[in-house]
Design a protein around this ligand. Sequence first.
Ligand SMILES: O=C(O)CCC(=O)C(=O)O
Ligand SMILES: [Fe+2]
Length: 308
Amino acid sequence: MTTLPQISLAKLGADATQREEQQRLQAACEECGFFYLVEHGIPKEQIVQAIESSRRFFALPQPVKERYDHASQGLYPSIARGYSRLNGEILHPDAGPDPKEFFDLGIDSEGDQRPFAGRTLLPDDALAPGFARSLLALQATVLSRVVPQLGTALAELVGMKQGWFRSHFSPPTLGQRVIRYPARSGMCAKHTDGGFFTLLLQEELPTRSLQVWLRGRWLPVPSLPDSLVVNLGDMLQALSDDRFKSTPHQVAHSGLSDRISLPFFIYPDIDAHLTSQQGRHFSVAEMMLRNYESVEAGNGAGRARELQ
Ligand SMILES: O=C(O)CCC(=O)C(=O)O
Ligand SMILES: [Fe+2]
């Protein structure tokens, strides 16, 4: 395999093409755990604006950015939201700190004391023009046009009953991240994602920064015009009784300009409990908290921990 499969969200939603596209989706989930999503319905302009305004935020002086750091967000777990400086996260202990900086948002909810809930403290428009506005607009589009459609198809493929997705993802728990990788040296160490699935919007660059561990080697996954990358997380692998793969991946950015990427980590409702067809049972809150604790402890590689 020299490239990832392409799945069309429009075809998954249309009666005439749904069956065949579901079969292609199943093969992609079993064989790769990674695919390109095309005809996804997110306006290009929204993605471009989010990337441009993120670049302006990251160009602010360091002390200004740190006003929005984890501690100032006051949420639990503390690393769930806010700004993280360059070299602020260790995913794979062998690799050390990742040369990347990022900002985490979620779905805003006022006065909600549960883990991963609350309101993100974001810079206003005067300080970071368009940053909060464009990221929240993109969030609304992703949550309404992509997550339910793709999530429903995935749930059906792992044998969940009709209506299961709606009852376990109302609302979903979202980790919305915007990352800047510096030119020539940006990295994100090998890891698997802990959630249900991840939608990755990446800048259209000629570099091959994202790499996926498939059949014993690293496959570069360049950006394709007008497509997203989707990968499955550990939670969906567990719910599929290991039929679907949460595949290790990493970023090694050697491009001459910096790179912005916008992953959306999709988890079920924080109060949900999931049971696989073979009776594997787990609590979403417990699994998420374990995953975030491992990241805080500098050991967030997930199932890529064993990979040398
Ligand atoms: O930036 C990317 O291309 C991927 C980032 C990633 O895998 C992650 O943050 O989990
Ligand atoms: Fe990832």
